[in-house]
Design a protein around this ligand. Structure first.
Ligand SMILES: [Zn+2]
Length: 182
């Protein structure tokens, strides 16, 4: 089975991921948690928990570290993995064990992020978690606005690199308030 937890930054994706991991362990399942190496060896949620994770930069490395008796493989920050590799991984293994994918739905250009949207279309269960918009303060943020500074005063332009891993340069915003880089 394939489950996708997605939506905005600060929407609670990692919190829900953590609940799923905890529940699976209570059910006696063998769980492995993988994450893109943003955080050092951990999956970290802003609501204050940490879970050990195997941090790997490629899907091939996830595959090479799979335990033969795994029941649930959870992958956090899944939007950062290669789109085709992650998609193929889910196709290959979803009938052998459960796969839980957590990651951002859209990048700071307002585009589909990595394999997330494609996987949403093929998953048995999808949860989209909205954040609180930095501008209008409504709970409908889905996009990430990116800035060049931590004070969030200088928006990026089209020429900035696609991905900046430091979260302090981003804020969750709704579609009404989102200003795509120009
Ligand atoms: Zn807004």
């Amino acid at each position: 089975m394939l489950e996708v937890i997605t939506g905005a930054m600060e929407g609670g994706k990692t919190w829900l991921l953590y609940k799923r991991i905890s529940d699976a362990k209570l059910m006696g399942k063998k769980v492995q948690v993988f994450a893109y190496p943003v955080h050092d060896g951990h999956v970290v949620s802003r609501v204050g928990f940490k879970s050990k994770a195997i941090t790997v930069p490629t899907v091939a490395e996830i595959e090479s570290q799979l335990a033969p008796d795994v029941d649930l493989a959870a992958i956090d920050d899944a939007q950062l993995f290669d789109k085709n590799d992650l998609s193929n991984f889910c196709n290959r293994y979803r009938c052998k064990f459960d796969i839980l994918i957590a990651g951002l739905q859209l990048n700071c250009f307002g585009e589909n992020f990595g394999a997330m949207v494609e996987l949403m279309g093929r998953a048995e269960n999808v949860t989209v978690l909205l954040g609180v918009c930095e501008h209008c303060k409504q709970q409908k943020a889905l996009v990430s606005q990116r800035y060049r500074d931590r004070e969030h005063t200088i928006p990026i332009t089209k020429d900035d690199p696609k991905i900046e891993l430091r979260k302090e340069f981003y804020a969750p915003v709704c579609w009404d308030c989102f200003r795509p880089p120009i």
